[in-house]
Design a protein around this ligand. Sequence first.
Ligand code: UD1
Length: 337
Amino acid sequence: MKNILVTGGLGYIGSHTVVALQQAGFNVFIIDDLSNTIINVWEKITEITNIQPIFYNIDLKDYNAVSVFFQSHKIDGVIHFAAYKAVGESVTKPLMYYRNNLVGLINVLQAMEEHDANNFIFSSSCTVYGQADEMPIHENTPLKKPESPYGNTKKMGEEIIEDFVNATNKNAIALRYFNPVGSNINGTLGDLQPIPTNLVPYILQIAIGNKSKLNVFGNDYNTKDGTAIRDYIDVNDLADAHVKAIQRLLLNQNKTKIEYFNLGSGTGSTVLEIVQAFENANHIKIPFEIKPRRAGDIEQAYADYSLAQKELNWCPKTPLQKSMQTAWNFQKQLTEI
Ligand code: UD1
């Protein structure tokens, strides 16, 4: 049984990936500092899989603690999710983002070098493309300066990893997610945003009655209904891609020392189409109001995922309506936590 470390394994995408790894027969270790999640997620994972992953509450900025972990366990692969991810907060607290996201990454890579762990999957983002000139976005679409310090930590993270693998015997895959949505089937895992800023978490706040209406940021974009287009990809499909990516590295099937894959549904949806999809899936009305554009937002981004399809044998399987249902299931059961 291969040992996989999942940093940020109690977070949104991390927890779904831990479940998928356990179901695929991997032995999973989680490192999480609980800065953006709660310990109950550990129990929820165990309830789903009947296997309790080994969990360490470690701050990745503490190199000694990271090194001791690697010394104690022979790790075959690392999937690195642990990072701050609130775009707006990163603009007001850039150093906090650079320190947390980059020092954490560097410490994990250094411990891998010191303790002979060789395979690394990085949680990257479509934010590295900025507003691309052509749609859909493929992996060799030119990168642009990201709009936020958060986005920049993803771009810089990729560069750090590239330099690192080129200097060592390590291999890496960077997975560039588009907009993750949805939850596991019965909604016990999900996106625990303390102050929701992303579109679907915000819609859930309206559905549950905590907010009265959605602010739709801009209806003057050059799109079919004037609202901005994104590519919403189900979190279970993302989890599946991580399992395939780590298997690829473990089987030495990678073609270069670092590979990049887009993970999206391939379909662009406007903000109003997401509202509609949620309403149709759950029969709940989401009142909205058109507001000015949000600073830093791009007009559109959607993925060409054909490289992931070809190389990882991955394709998105979950329809948007299903993601909207599971997201709502998650919101409903949150009160029971
Ligand atoms: C942002 C980040 C992305 C990150 C993602 C999840 C950038 C450019 N994008 O994506 O890297 O992975 O968050 O953390 O840094 N909207 C509304 N009303 C709302 C909320 C959102 O109209 O209340 C609109 C936005 O203007 C946007 C769309 O919904 O057009 C999606 O927004 P959001 O869910 O915040 O994701 P992104 O900004 O695309």
